[in-house]
Design a protein around this ligand. Structure first.
Ligand code: ATP
Ligand code: SKM
Ligand code: MG
Length: 163
């Protein structure tokens, strides 16, 4: 089974598109952030607080590797921070990059307090610039989220991925 891995920056729509794809394909989808929170019984902000980003990344890799039977996986924005995650996703599925401009992300995440790397004094634009290079480098399919509606994004992914 080819797993569809949705990657992209915070707020690009991985969780939202994962749910919509799940409905369109009538297949199960799992969101790694949601899964980590449920397994640990803690919010991501609290995991960052208690264990640091490094601790969170360990849970993220372990969760990714535990989902082999799930056809649609929405990753967290930082999944590309570990090369081993990219290698694993390449080996087990197709990587779909939800590409969104910095301006669109800012608009979508204004007022958000659930993402520890998107808070007041963080270097947001620098993180965005560094990450978009990483997403583009490993993507098999790229979706233009600035141009396409949610429905069009789902149709485009289905047209590009053999299901
Ligand atoms: N296609 C879309 N059209 C309009 N709004 C959208 C779309 N996709 C996502 N959004 C909105 O943008 C916000 C962020 O979306 P979502 O939580 O799916 O992003 P994410 O990529 O999963 O972020 P993270 O990496 O932090 O988990 C939400 O408020 C969601 O409703
Ligand atoms: O971009 C990131 O590094 C993150 C994105 C979110 O999905 C969460 O996985 C967490 O907030 C870290
Ligand atoms: Mg998400």
């Amino acid at each position: 089974m080819q797993i569809i891995y949705l990657i992209g920056f915070m707020g690009s729509g991985k969780t939202t598109v994962g749910r919509a794809l799940s409905e369109a394909m009538q297949e199960q989808a799992v969101d790694i952030d949601v899964e980590i929170e449920s397994r640990l019984g803690k919010k991501i902000v609290d995991i960052f607080q208690d264990e640091g980003e490094c601790g969170f990344r360990i849970h993220e890799t372990a969760t990714l590797r535990s989902l082999q039977h799930i056809p649609i996986i929405s990753t967290g924005g930082g999944i590309v921070e570990r090369q081993e995650n990219i290698t694993y996703m390449k080996e087990t599925g197709v990587i779909v990059y939800l590409k969104a401009s910095y301006e669109l992300i800012v608009k979508r995440l204004s007022g958000d307090s659930s993402r520890p790397l998107w808070q007041g004094n963080q270097e947001k634009r620098a993180l965005y610039q560094r990450r978009i290079t990483m997403y583009a480098a490993c993507a098999d399919v790229t979706v233009d989220c600035n141009k396409l509606t949610l429905e069009e994004q789902v149709d485009f992914i289905l047209s590009q991925v053999k299901v």
